[in-house]
Design a protein around this ligand. Sequence first.
Ligand code: GLN
Length: 269
Amino acid sequence: MSELLLRVGHLYPELMNVYGDRGNIICLVGRCRRRGIAVEVDNLTEDRELLPGFHDLLFMGGGQDREQKRVADDLQGSKAEALRRAVEDDTVVLAICGAYQLMGHYYRPAEGPDLPGAGVFDLVTVHKGAHVPRCIGNVVARWRDGLLVGFENHGGRTYLGAVSPLARVIIGHGNNSEDGTEGALYRRAFGTYLHGSLLPKNPAFADHLIALAVSHRYGPVALSPLDDSLEQRAHAAAIRRATTWPARLRRLRQRLRRNSSPGARTVRA
Ligand code: GLN
């Protein structure tokens, strides 16, 4: 499998990187190089144009409302259009939390005007305000016939329109702590609330993205298997941590607090 090259575009690396999100890039590069697949990572900062079709995979990490405002301003116009065209061209996109929120129609932050999104996913996100507890904690979600594990910390609640969820919540809040959905999936664009970073502890999902991205350039490929014993142990440890009694009690207390807080009502997409 030598000679294959994967072009990865890292959107706003200087603004959108919380809870280890950059680890997803390190993981993608590592898993490709262990298979002899070369990877070029392009830092797509605010001043860089986005060329649809040039990259096989686009990644953006999470960020606080302040950074999301700068990204939303920069995404408007041609960049959002280029992103939508890249998705229609089956470029793989992985967007984490704050990035995921900006892939929808808009993100309504805790304060200030709505931030227009890129409109890749048919969804909206509303931050319920500083007085409503954030969605924080370890997450276990069903993805296909497997599990995704990660960590979430978001004030925004996401409501899906005509777009499929990426996964179903088993433990945690997911999109909005109400409908049991986690993330969104449209063509080869994946949105999720899972930080941690996500891919190192979810090798099957990482390989799913790599196979799709390599096939974007070379057609269908079968990736050679890797020794994932360490990754599997990390995955199992994350599940154990999310299911311990203290974790369950903490969630119960959060749910009781959340249900008793004023304004804990839903907003539909
Ligand atoms: N600022 C957004 C929120 O609070 C996203 C946070 C994040 O990316 N972790 O919901």
